[in-house]
Design a protein. Structure first.
Length: 175
């Protein structure tokens, strides 16, 4: 993918040049290597990050400190502030102690001590591509199952119209 293609897919991406090489490298590393896979990945990344403009969840993360969701994310009441410390970061937001640990073991970086590392272009892209690969989304992209991909990333269909608009532009540009 070149800069013109990325800017066409995500016209609001003010920092497209900064993300171009890390996105290409991450897609290559995690076998996001066909036009269908790339189009679906970029559409999801584009929505989740506000077209590369947000690398950290806007909410405080306090909702992830206690309760069933916190437990599912590996955050414990004993570790005061896990929800805020390990709130969503990256182009596809990695959220919670458990997910940070899994991601960081895969990427060989110490984001448990320095969670903000997922806000850098390289690791924002690599963590998103790792999440995509780890959740079997290449296979779903090969089948054209964009709705299931959206649900795996978002837990529902939040922002589906925007994701589909990004997908439409990505398909035109990449095929």
């Amino acid at each position: 993918m070149n800069l013109h293609q990325l800017q066409t897919i995500m016209p609001a991406a003010k920092r497209a040049l900064l993300f171009l090489d890390p996105l290409n490298a991450a897609m290559a590393e995690f076998s996001i290597n066909t036009p269908a896979r790339q189009a679906m990945f970029l559409a999801q990344v584009g929505h989740e990050s506000g077209q590369l403009n947000f690398l950290k969840e806007l909410a405080s993360g306090a909702a992830y400190d206690t309760g069933k969701l916190a437990a599912r994310l590996g955050n414990t009441p004993e570790a005061d502030g896990d929800g805020q410390r390990y709130k969503g970061r990256g182009l596809i937001q990695i959220t919670g102690t458990r997910n940070y640990l899994l991601c960081l073991m895969a990427l060989d970086i110490d984001a448990l001590s320095h969670p903000e590392i997922l806000e850098t272009p390289e690791f924002a892209c690599r963590s998103a591509a790792w999440f995509w690969w780890n959740n079997g989304l290449n296979e779903l992209a090969d089948k054209g199952d964009f709705l299931t991909i959206t649900k795996r990333i978002n837990g529902g269909t939040n922002g589906l119209a925007d994701r589909e608009a990004l997908l439409g532009r990505a398909k035109k540009v990449l095929t």
